[in-house]
Design a protein around this ligand. Sequence first.
Ligand SMILES: [Mn+2]
Length: 271
Amino acid sequence: MTTRPLHFLSAESHLEGSRVVILGVPLERTVTFRGGPARAPSAIRYASWSLESFSAISRRDLSRLGLCDLGDLNTERFLGEILAELEAEVFQLLDAGKRLVVLGGEHTITLGCVRGAKRAWRKLQLLVLDAHSDLRDEYLGERVSHATVSRRAGEVVDRILIVGARSFFGPDLSQPLFASVDEIRGMLSREIPLWLSLDLDVLDPSLCPGVTNPEPGGLSYFDLIEVFKALCDFDVVGMDLVELAPPFDPSGISAITAAKLVIEAVLTLWG
Ligand SMILES: [Mn+2]
């Protein structure tokens, strides 16, 4: 009998021969409204098997890419240890020339990702797609939290752009409320490696209800596809996808949307 652990669709390559690597980080530590992201990486992998590996949009096939799924980071530790190990993993994989998809988990994981990417590339810009600005200096006494992650990550990178935000705590309204893809391209540099952080709540909650903190008035699925396309001539080195809450996704559509976005992003950016 042969058995295999659950892995993402078409992730059949060994690490050495792979171009793109998937890593799960089922972190759930500082969520504040409703929980579930610890179960997200498994839910996204499971949902991916309901989809085709061929993208009708990019006309490329995931099964021809060289995709490896490393499984999940151990998150049964102090938050600082988890972020330090994630940073080391991201650094090593990028240093080996891989492109990364990190499946959260709560949004806090972006901090470990950008620290590792910054170490690998020395210069880094961050594009955050998120309903929330996450620019507080601290939240409920925590400086490192899913509600402060863009503030902390912004201190690591050379440039940060937040798109899709419609929830601000007041004085942080420094980012464009809505930006066209042309404006996004104009505000980013083609010379600097780019990390993409995709918080699923950037989507309208009618399209993706199973997230930790739903916020009305979001982007459409095809808005996100247009953002991926707009980035295809930028040096995108990795992405994370965060804040899926499977307990609030009884139809499973949010997990399927997450898996489909991974497929389309990977094939658009690196296919
Ligand atoms: Mn958010």
